[in-house]
Design a protein. Sequence first.
Length: 406
Amino acid sequence: MRLADVSRGVVSIGLALLFLLAGLARLSFAAGGEPVEVTGYKMAGDAVHMRVVINFDREPEPKWLLLRGPHRLVIDIPEASFKLDANELKAKGLIKAVRYGQVGEGMSRLILTAMGPFTVDKVDMLANEDSPGYRMAVDISAASERQFEEALAVQAQTTASTTTVKTDRLAQEPHAKRFSVVIDPGHGGIDGGAEGMNGTVEKTITLAFALELRAKLAESGNYDVYMTREQDEFLRLDERVRIARSHEADLFISIHADTIRLKGIRGATIYTVSEKASDAEAQALADRENLSDQLAGIEIETEKQEVADILIDLIRRETHGFSLKFAHSLVGELSNSVGLINNPHRSAGFRVLKAPDVPSVLIELGYLSNPQDEEQLRDPDWRDKAADSISRAVAAFAAAKTAAGG
Ligand code: ZN
């Protein structure tokens, strides 16, 4: 061995030792609690359902809990270093704020503040398939104050707050609650809706009619009646659905008076939701209505709704049956008092009718593109007759639903 080789040998032994020491140091640091790295945060959904996905470099054993005033979801993890993109944390759908940071010795916390009461449908901790690390997926849905309080009570009983709270409404104990109706005056604020030949604006006529219908339903004393809006304000379509869920609505009635290409066509139409439109006109109308959010400059979520699970599908099927029953009853009542168009029950993919557990219909009272319809819509007597008919249909539906056990 030449001298140069020897010195090279010493250098390599020295390097190896250095690496070894460095490795040991790293090991001991990890054992002493190297912070978990929060490597990503994403959320998708709308004001009704949201999925939140949080990425970690390793499994952090999180605990989550609910807090009220305002409605919050708190996720506690061991001390963490956060490497998050501020853009991903911006308010979206049901979540109006995301905050995070260290709280006390060795603990970090993420706080998600919601628009209103919600329930946690599911919490999953999964190992990433294609890359190292873990991800936590949390599904939440807009709910009523009562449902939020119920989840808080369950949380207080369980020491392990990481167990999924049961939010299955089908399995819940029946509670004393009056039949509740949510009336949704179409359009509002920056979204005026259709306009009649004599200047009637849809958002104004829908609100006027909705207020009259509310008074009529409240008069009976049999229901709790709520409105999605009571003044001239803009509301997102999913926000309207969130309001219906927040009242645990038994019925959601959206009121409209649109225009149609063919000026000769007149009369009322009842719409229910369907994947495939019943006809081209229904499709065109749903497309126009669904544009409401875009009119206000709001970006539409194109992401596929990931949170729809089997339970939601089941509820939706049952809900849809109720929506159809109510639509039939409406057609019957309205045909006795006000004019209906041919095939008065139609369907299309209206976003505002997509609450999974609230029977929902959209009533086109008439067409502002038709001068006679416009005149009727402005006539208090005609509106009174129409509101009477709708009230009778609500009464029949409420009686049948109560008889069937809620
Ligand atoms: Zn409309």
